[in-house]
Design a protein around this ligand. Structure first.
Ligand code: TXA
Ligand code: MG
Length: 371
């Protein structure tokens, strides 16, 4: 469906007990080759029938997504793996048992024919079972595996509400299921099981430590090391600037928050003298320091609680698009737990514009209050 200036139909769905008739209607749209945006426990997805090359092609057109960036296939249960893959590695079964439904995507060797539009021509397929009643009911009602990227325009922050989906895609897709805010707020962990050793290609809701409890050692793709890295990421989508608000974002990484905040304030003052309008991405603990200096601040949770930052991050990034700012100074958080996923997204939103402050050794100190 091309954007013809019309508004996409939206159905408000009870997130805990989705109405079966609504789900049947949405499933029929998918079976008929249409595009349906739906909530998951991570972010909103834009679904298409994964077995229909034309439908999958229209996902790429609606998002403006580069053709070399493959999609995740969503299933309603781990049992369906055997319908679509002729060989499921033992490691995949163990992880599916432990973490599905949930925010873990497994990259498996592809032995069955999903159209090349899904895999972007790679010899692997990414697959997951989402942990959200609406997503699961939709996939069941469709009766087909559902290919679904995040339901944002390519390069923009992922949508965590139906409103975000409307802002990006209304008029270009067939239906939006509004099931309220998505849960986690950052996308699933992408784990590559197609090689000799398991490798995390994208950090997300399931942490490296959780995976290692099931698998033993799990590597992080070296491209995740941060900064304008020398390594090319193995997940095709991760080589692009991503999750970005319209204004340039400058990320401040480094030691304890006192010095980080001081460095950000010094830079903000300099940029202001140069005539730039500065906005600040901060946290509950550090907000007062920036507010008292007179800067507009958007708060993304509490930096001592990375889950709260994950839940608020994309909405915070989108807020800046409604503010008159030329540059956003963003404060890093400790990369423990889901904090690693948050930092990965902030680095990508910065597109390599990162200020490294001072020594590394204090870098994971918890946040403190500023008054
Ligand atoms: O939480 C999520 O994963 C959400 C919800 C909607 O399920 N989906 C999502 O999809 O984030 P998307 O398309 O925005 O991101 C998928 C990521 C991309 O970085 C893509 O390159 C990678 O997964 N990916 C997909 N298939 C792959 C494959 N065969 N090998 C390596 N990376 C793959
Ligand atoms: Mg995405």
């Amino acid at each position: 469906m091309q954007n013809d200036g019309s508004v996409t139909r939206q159905l408000v769905v009870d997130a805990r007990q989705p109405d079966p008739a609504m789900m049947e209607e949405a499933g029929a749209v998918l079976r008929g080759g249409g595009l349906v945006a739906f909530p998951t426990e991570t972010v909103y997805g834009l679904g298409a029938n994964a077995l229909d090359a034309r439908a999958v092609g229209s996902v790429f057109r609606a998002k403006g997504r580069p053709a070399d960036n493959p999609l995740i296939v969503h299933l309603a249960s781990a049992r369906e793996l055997d319908h679509h893959f002729s060989h499921v590695p033992d490691q995949a079964r163990a992880l599916a048992h432990q973490f599905w439904p949930g925010p873990l995507t497994l990259v498996l060797p592809d032995q069955r024919p999903f159209p090349p539009e899904v895999t972007a021509g790679l010899a692997t397929v990414a697959v997951r079972v989402p942990d959200h009643p609406v997503a699961l009911a939709l996939i069941r009602a469709a009766g087909v595996p559902v290919a679904a990227p995040s339901a944002n325009l390519s390069g923009r922050p992922s949508p965590t509400t139906a409103g975000h989906v409307r802002d990006d895609l209304s008029g270009s897709i067939d239906l939006i299921l509004d099931g309220g805010p998505a849960g986690l707020g950052v996308e699933s962990t992408v784990l590559d099981l197609s090689g000799l050793r398991p490798v995390i290609l994208r950090p997300g809701g399931v942490t490296q430590q959780q995976l290692e409890r099931v698998l033993g050692p799990v590597e992080l793709d070296p491209a995740l090391a941060g900064g304008p890295g020398a390594h090319k990421p193995r997940s095709p989508g991760l080589k692009y600037k991503h999750y970005a608000p319209r204004a340039q974002l400058l990320l401040f990484e480094g030691p304890g928050p006192e010095r980080l905040v001081a460095a950000m304030l010094a830079r903000a003052d300099r940029l202001t003298r140069e005539g730039q309008r500065v906005g600040i991405l901060a946290y509950e603990e550090t907000r007062p320091a920036f507010v008292s200096a007179g800067y507009p601040v958007v708060v993304a949770g509490s930096c001592s609680d990375p889950a709260s930052v994950a839940a608020g991050l994309y909405d915070a990034l989108r807020w800046f698009d409604n503010m008159d700012v030329d540059i956003i100074l963003a404060q890093a958080i400790p990369s423990q737990g889901v904090g690693l996923a948050v930092m990965d997204r902030l680095r990508r939103a910065a597109g390599g514009h990162i200020v490294m402050e001072l020594e590394k050794d204090e870098s994971d100190r918890p946040c403190i209050e500023f008054s």
